[in-house]
Ligand binder design. Structure first.
Ligand SMILES: Nc1nc2c(ncn2[C@@H]2O[C@H](COP(=O)(O)OP(=O)(O)O)[C@@H](O)[C@H]2O)c(=O)[nH]1
Ligand SMILES: [Mg+2]
Length: 224
């Protein structure tokens, strides 16, 4: 009897849509980030800080994914940028079709930067390309310095590591340098930032890097 690999089929369907999404973003010159981490590592908070820093210079759209609630989109929407929630129900990740559906009514060319906050989970989102330019992995101080070596597929899938909540260092036995070393053991060419959304530490470097990426994708953005 012939065995059919259903998982492979689902992934290829996702890949097709991801390729179409990526082409659309490339045509529009829209830079797209896909933020992945455990629940509570500070994705929404980092997006809030990013939006505050960039919203006067760039047209930004945020897509947030969670199983339930519109909380994150509401938090980000308060800063005056467009934010929509995808409630995945029981799904542990966003897929390319969900992102495509959220963008159908909004032309990608209407935005310079799209930030996608994936469902909090260090496993499933690694396997699903959404058509983004880069996956950004967040690991918070205090969540376990060995997280990168426990979840290597997520590290391999990500180009950037943001070590968050550095302000918590005095209260934990966690060391951001150890988190960084563990990630670089899996993927030596990762770009690494160490940030605190509470004190602002390291945010300037993150924002400067993001500006350089935006300029590389579209040299002359339309101001909002
Ligand atoms: N002390 C501190 N708390 C933070 C920082 N970033 C996020 N938090 C808090 O950590 C909790 C989870 O953050 P959130 O952004 O919702 O995480 P998400 O689930 O990854 O989106 C919230 O109470 C945040 O206010 C930080 O840099 N320092
Ligand atoms: Mg969140």
């Amino acid at each position: 009897m012939k065995k059919v690999d259903l998982r492979q089929k689902v992934l290829s369907e996702n890949e097709k849509i991801a390729i179409a999404n990526r082409e659309r973003f490339a045509e529009a010159g829209t830079f797209v980030l896909n933020l992945v981490s455990s629940p509570g590592s500070g994705k929404t908070r980092l997006i809030e800080e990013t939006v505050k820093a960039l919203k006067d210079d760039y047209r930004i759209f945020v897509v947030t994914g969670d199983l339930m609630t519109e909380n994150d989109a509401e938090r980000i929407g308060r800063h005056g940028v467009e934010a929509v929630q995808i409630s995945t129900g029981e799904a542990c990740h966003l897929d390319a079709r969900m992102v495509d559906e959220k963008l159908l009514k909004r032309k990608a060319s209407a935005y310079d930067l799209i930030v996608i906050e994936n469902v909090g989970n260090l496993v499933c989102p690694a396997s699903f390309d959404l058509g983004e330019d880069l996956k950004v992995l967040l690991v918070a101080v205090g969540e376990g310095d060995d997280k990168p070596v426990k979840y290597p597929p997520m590290v391999r899938a990500s180009e950037v590591l943001v070590i968050t909540k550095t302000d918590l260092m005095p209260y934990t036995d966690s060391d951001p340098d150890v988190i960084e070393e563990n990630a670089l053991r899996i993927k030596p060419d990762m770009t690494v930032f160490k940030t605190s959304s509470k004190t602002g530490e390291g945010l300037e470097q993150w924002i400067d890097w993001l500006r350089s990426q935006l300029t590389a994708k579209k040299p002359k953005p339309h101001k909002p």
